[in-house]
Design a protein around this ligand. Structure first.
Ligand SMILES: [Zn+2]
Length: 255
């Protein structure tokens, strides 16, 4: 069973051990629910399905925020329902399938590969289901076709791999203008003026003040990175894997 925390009315979040990855469940009418980014290990994803069954919640749709292996997982127990993502996210997951399968096989082995990354392109900018309005905010920060979901009724932003308290902005490696595109995506999220709760794909849930603090922290990181100053004072870098991520991003921009 997974522990689910209600972070806003009808919005439940489970947090996985690996990379502090979050999965979000939005509760709809009559026991239906929308499942966003179920993650990470087989035990965690099936545990989420078990917990939903225990609560008499029935998934009717899924959402994958972007085409990275840890966001396109699923299990049979979650049901045979449409798992939406953006058009470009779906295309990317298909194009990069071999590499994604390799990544999931080494990082979280044992998933049913028939279900892995089987996504449906969303038509329009709203997930079709009978629950609270779930609006798409699409951009190319972090990865092409990244789709955050905003729930206007509760002011909840499911940010995907953005606005983390633990991770610096992680740029898309193949992008000719990674910082410009990251900024454009970040400003789209920053322009949402009714955010009361932010759920990052990795890290901890924050309130409205924390949302603004993270937007500012991400802007500052990008400013410093672009300025050519190799030493970042971003507190999130610490001493682990983000040190090398920061180095890689600096080299990508400045050689
Ligand atoms: Zn990602």
């Amino acid at each position: 069973m997974r522990e689910l925390t209600e972070v806003a009315p009808g919005v439940l979040v489970a947090t996985a051990v690996q990379y502090t990855t979050t999965s979000t469940v939005v509760v709809g009418a009559g026991g239906s629910c929308l499942v966003v980014d179920p993650a990470v290990t087989v035990a965690e994803v099936t545990g989420l399905a078990d917990e939903l069954a225990r609560r008499n919640l029935r998934p009717v749709a899924g959402w994958a925020t972007h085409a990275h292996w840890d966001h396109i997982l699923w299990c049979a127990e979650l049901g045979d329902v449409p798992r939406y993502s953006t058009h470009r996210g779906v295309n990317l997951a298909q194009r990069e399938r071999a590499g994604l399968v390799e990544e999931v096989s080494s990082a979280a082995s044992g998933h049913d590969l028939e279900l892995f990354g089987r996504l449906t392109a969303l038509e329009g900018n709203r997930i079709p289901w009978d629950g609270p309005a779930a609006m798409l905010v699409e951009h190319d920060a972090h990865e092409i076709g990244h789709g955050a979901i905003f729930l206007p009724e509760t002011g909840t932003l499911l940010a995907g791999d953005m606005l983390s308290d633990l991770e610096i902005p992680l740029l898309s490696p193949g992008d000719p203008d990674p910082v410009g595109r990251y900024r454009a995506g970040l400003e789209l999220l920053a322009a949402l003026d009714l955010v009361r709760t932010v759920v990052p794909g990795h890290g901890h849930v924050g309130d409205a003040i924390e949302f603004r603090r993270r937007v500012d922290a991400d802007r500052r990181y990008l400013d410093k990175l672009e300025s050519g100053d190799r030493e970042s004072d971003d507190e999130r870098i610490g001493s682990g894997w983000l040190v090398s991520e920061h180095e890689r991003q600096f080299s990508m921009l400045h050689g």
